[in-house]
Design a protein around this ligand. Structure first.
Ligand SMILES: [Ca+2]
Length: 478
């Protein structure tokens, strides 16, 4: 791995030109672990009531980014940013829109993250929910080969479905092949006894291990870019019962700032959560139910953590760990009652901050945290630099290698967008700018944080951050 770092340093100081014809053996593998709707509440993020020993172990060998912000608080648009390194449009069909542009002959579309690595000699495989549709196909059941979500990107774009019949069924599946037909008839949470395979993520992990076994056979000639997408803790909160046990009698900390915000914000009525609510209970008014929801979310996190551990164990067993860059990424956060929201889709901190851990052999000061403000679009150029591959033209992110090398180095700002507003997060403030020009401004140096809008008191700050926001991403871009 040392030679990769050497190359990275040379790139940083601009002394080396690394041609695309470098031998494949000079490039490390890439393992990208995408976890759906994962809050940055893990042991390695300083939270003691969540059991995440396997991700914590990864963090001890990596750089933990404590202020990583996604570009959009919804799965598809956030994954667009990860997989293209660019700011995009808001909506879960962002990659499908890009796909249609590509297939209609658009020449100005930069290559996707996997396509770029494929161009540079990598074998690229996706298993589970990496792009928005697990398996990367459109159609009514997400299995139509004529509607690729990411053309020319993956050698294999896989989604094992088992009893769930098709990718759409597995995406929202509960135990033993239960498919979402009408969310109102499904549990919002459950913990059925059984093995890891009674929920869809067990199958995804088994397929990921199978792919790793295959990809590891000839990494000396052809490195791999393997992305694995674990669906939990996405709704519905179903995980094998053994993962709920640690939380059954646990005492959870109080929900921070649980009141519905006053004034104009991006608050919403938690529609995605409530449509599962066949029990007709409202966690904002029913504290016992709120606690049950939070505990089952935690069980899903521990289930996902165990599956991540199994994948990393296999990487070790195959003796590929020291030759692999591992990135663990959450596609956005999730409100568990903060601001009286149960879901994502807001432009508050709870929706936009998510875990990011980068690990590779030979890193200086592994286990140290970086509190630099970083963005999801930064991951693509970071991995390019670590893998000694030039960054493509046309992508928006900045390499985080300087922050990996120096965890005390500060970042810049993070820009995110929703359906009706955009936002910029600096080390001290968050500003949300609505489509009609209305601004929310929050000072993160105060205990009030994102509960008191100070925009009217600080018009100069609003003006300065508006200009900065527009310099990074014009609004709207749809
Ligand atoms: Ca998600």
């Amino acid at each position: 791995m040392q030679r990769f770092i050497h190359h990275s340093l040379l790139l940083v100081i601009g002394l080396a030109y690394l041609p695309a014809t470098l031998q494949a053996a000079d490039h490390p593998n890439v393992l990208l672990l995408c976890i759906d709707d994962l809050r940055p509440e893990l042991g390695c993020y300083g939270v003691d009531y969540i059991q995440s020993p396997r991700i914590d172990a990864l963090a001890k060998k990596g750089r933990i980014f404590t202020k990583h912000y996604v570009q959009a608080p919804t799965c598809g648009a956030s994954r667009f940013a990860l997989l293209t390194g660019t700011y995009g449009s808001y909506g879960n069909n962002a990659l499908f829109k890009r796909s249609r542009e590509l297939r209609s002959g658009a020449e100005s579309v930069p290559p996707s993250f996997p396509a770029w690595f494929k161009t540079h000699g990598y074998r690229t495989v996706s298993v589970g929910k990496v792009s928005h549709h697990p398996g990367g196909r459109g159609g009514s059941n997400w299995d139509d080969d004529s509607q690729p979500e990411m053309p020319n990107s993956w050698d294999r774009h896989l989604m094992p479905c088992g009893d769930w019949e098709h990718p759409r069924g597995a995406m929202h599946g509960l135990a033993h092949g239960e498919i979402r037909k009408n969310a109102k008839e499904m549990d919002v949470f459950q913990s059925k006894p059984g093995s890891d395979d009674i929920y869809p993520d067990g199958l995804i992990t088994a397929e990921a291990l199978h792919q790793l076994d295959d990809l590891a056979k000839d990494t000396a000639e052809t490195p791999f870019f393997l992305a694995v997408g674990i669906i939990r803790p996405h709704l519905p909160f179903g995980a094998p019962a053994k993962y709920f046990e640690p939380y059954r009698d646990a005492v959870l900390p109080a929900i921070e700032h649980p009141s519905k915000p006053t004034g104009k914000t991006t608050w919403h009525g938690s529609g995605e959560f409530m449509k599962y609510n066949r029990w007709k209970r409202n966690p904002n008014t029913d504290a016992e139910f709120a606690t049950e929801v939070r505990k089952h979310y935690a069980a899903c996190v521990t289930y996902a953590d165990t599956l991540v551990g199994r994948i990393l164990d296999r990487l070790d067993q195959l003796k590929q760990r020291e030759n692999t860059i591992v990135v663990l990424w959450g596609d956005h956060g999730w409100h568990l009652g903060e601001q009286a929201v149960w879901g994502k889709h807001t432009l508050f901190e709870e929706s936009l901050r998510s875990p990011l851990i980068v690990s590779f052999d030979g890193m200086d000061d592994p286990g140290e945290s970086s509190s630099a403000i970083v963005e999801t679009i930064d991951i693509f150029p970071t991995v390019c630099e670590l893998a000694s591959i030039p960054r493509p033209n046309g992508i928006d992110g900045q390499s985080l290698v300087p922050n990996i090398n120096d965890p005390k180095k500060q970042g810049t700002e993070a820009v995110s967008y929703g359906s009706r507003a955009t936002t910029i997060r600096t080390p001290t403030h968050r500003m949300v700018l609505h489509r009609n020009g209305y601004a929310e401004l929050y000072d993160h140096r105060t205990p009030a944080g994102e509960t008191v809008n100070i925009a009217e008191r600080e018009p100069e700050t609003v003006q300065r951050l508006t200009e900065k926001l527009h310099s990074k991403r014009s609004f709207p871009r749809n």
